[in-house]
Design a binder for this molecule. Structure first.
Ligand SMILES: [Zn+2]
Length: 88
């Protein structure tokens, strides 16, 4: 399930074991009594879904997944809670 390859000249290099797999995450902004950002993504290492929390918005980048393996996290979607804003 790797059809998200970057377009680029590096296609000559086949996936090496050293490469960092990409995880596409959905992030949820703080809402109501929940004051932390939540993020969920399917682990590219094949161990299922991981879930994380952070006090600040999570940015895309290389980080460790819930299982401790390295991943390149890409925040594909951010769901922002409109209700907590008060004014529209
Ligand atoms: Zn994992």
């Amino acid at each position: 399930m790797n059809h998200g390859n970057d377009a680029g000249p590096s296609n000559l290099i086949s996936h090496t074991r050293r490469s960092t797999p990409t995880a596409y995450a959905s992030q949820y902004s703080p809402a109501g009594r929940r004051h932390q950002w939540w993020i969920t993504y399917t682990c590219p290492w094949g161990c299922g879904s991981h879930f994380g929390r952070s006090r600040t918005e999570i940015k895309s980048g290389v980080r460790h997944a819930g299982c401790g393996r390295k991943i390149r996290l890409v925040v594909a979607r951010t769901y922002k809670n409109k209700q907590s804003e008060g004014a529209a």
